[in-house]
Design a protein around this ligand. Structure first.
Ligand SMILES: [Zn+2]
Length: 392
């Protein structure tokens, strides 16, 4: 509890200052970047774990954390779901999969730019996997990067419909003039992810009951935030981002008061635990803020899963000698988890001898091939101007 000065009065010659309970203080408390030390993070996890000792108490706490995220992100109550007005076109066929350029309006005039990967030659309906990306800036960044394409194509070749979509101001969003430095970035990206589930569930060939999501770094943040606030996610794989001592360095991750209020403190390890009891894999490395995952974040989250007897649903794959990113080895760790929990068909992709998933059938596309809007489909006149405040 914090106190603030209400007024000063004079009583019998003494100056007395009155303080009021600060419950109504709406000043935001931001936990950004390295808001606290590794040791303080461990102490915070212990404080949080002491607030529940059974499944019912955890569910109560989880509901409060979820509510705090939505309130902090200015998504409470959830906005009205407006027409998606989806466009899916420019189909390209490759070895075992196809790619189409796809977009929808998360809010009227605010477009989410993506690529829709679909399996070829496999019977549907198919599970869907959302693939947000990290802060890969500059031309050719965002969803346009090769490492993102390998991941999406390989999942599609195993039977998933994959939607890979740009952050605000990266990839095609940058191409159309948007900047990532937008004050609504956290709100817009979280809402865009929720609407991305609506979009894939609207597709005839998708089984809307099987929805996976995986992303790395800033895309990892999008992964665990979406999983925390939307129960339609059934499998979640946040990569190199779930940390109890690091809250994300970008305003799209920690620029709004989702972690701490006068009433409740949390961190990204606990937010990731809101996935319980749904399957969750944490992929971590020694070279960034996920270096303690096997001994700090994973045990905390596993304890949450154990309250419902689902500890087998959470896994951690840790690479002590590796650096930040969603490189080949980390994708190799993610694939079998998605295969197992989404019921994908790895035949022709998984090699039992090498125990590796073959990514070599991926055709790397150019940005121009991937853009939604070009001379074949001009940029809509009704689109919001780059940098505009998006009405909710
Ligand atoms: Zn960001």
């Amino acid at each position: 509890m914090r106190l603030h000065r209400l007024t000063s009065i004079i009583i019998l010659g003494w100056s007395v200052t009155l303080f009021a309970d600060d419950k109504n203080d709406t000043a935001p408390i931001l936990c950004q970047g390295h808001y606290h030390t590794e040791a303080e993070a461990i102490e915070q996890l212990a404080r949080m774990a002491a607030t529940y000792s059974n499944l019912g108490e955890w569910k109560d706490r989880a509901a409060r954390v979820r509510k705090q995220i939505l309130v902090g992100a200015k998504l409470d109550p959830l906005p009205k779901r407006t027409q998606l007005n989806a466009i899916v076109h420019k189909k390209r066929e490759y070895d075992g999969y196809s790619v189409e350029s796809a977009t929808f309006e998360a809010r009227p005039g605010f477009y989410v730019y993506g690529s829709l990967y679909r399996p070829l030659g496999k019977p549907g309906p198919h599970p869907a996997v959302l693939c947000p990306h990290g802060h890969a800036r500059g031309p050719g960044g965002g969803r346009l990067r090769p490492d993102q394409q390998y991941r999406c194509a390989t999942l599609a070749r195993m039977g998933a419909v994959v939607f890979s979509y740009d952050m605000i101001g990266l990839g095609e969003s940058l191409h159309h003039g948007w900047d990532h430095d937008h004050k609504q970035a956290l709100t817009l990206q979280t809402w865009s992810s929720i609407r991305a589930i609506d979009f894939v569930q609207s597709l005839d060939d998708v089984d809307g009951e099987r929805i996976g999501v995986t992303g790395c770094s800033g895309g990892g943040t999008q992964t665990f935030l979406l999983t925390a606030v939307d129960d339609r996610v059934t499998v979640s794989v946040p990569v190199v981002m779930v940390s109890a001592h690091f809250f994300g360095g970008c305003h799209c991750e920690s620029g709004m008061p989702i972690h701490k209020t006068a009433d409740l403190e949390t961190n990204n390890a606990e937010i990731a635990a809101l996935a319980a009891p749904r399957p969750l894999m944490l992929i971590s490395v020694g070279g960034d803020w996920t270096k303690n995952t096997p001994v700090v974040e994973y045990p905390y989250i596993r304890n949450v899963y154990s309250l419902s007897g689902h500890q087998s649903h959470v896994e951690n794959v840790h690479y002590p000698g590796r650096e930040h990113g969603y490189q080949y080895l980390k994708r190799q760790a993610m694939y079998p988890f998605m295969v197992k929990h989404l019921g994908l068909d790895s035949k022709g992709v998984f090699d039992a001898e090498t125990e590796l998933y073959d990514e070599t059938k991926t055709t790397i596309e150019t940005p121009e091939q991937m853009y939604v809007f070009d001379e074949s489909k001009p940029y809509p006149a009704s689109a919001l101007k780059p940098g505009a405040s998006v009405p909710f």
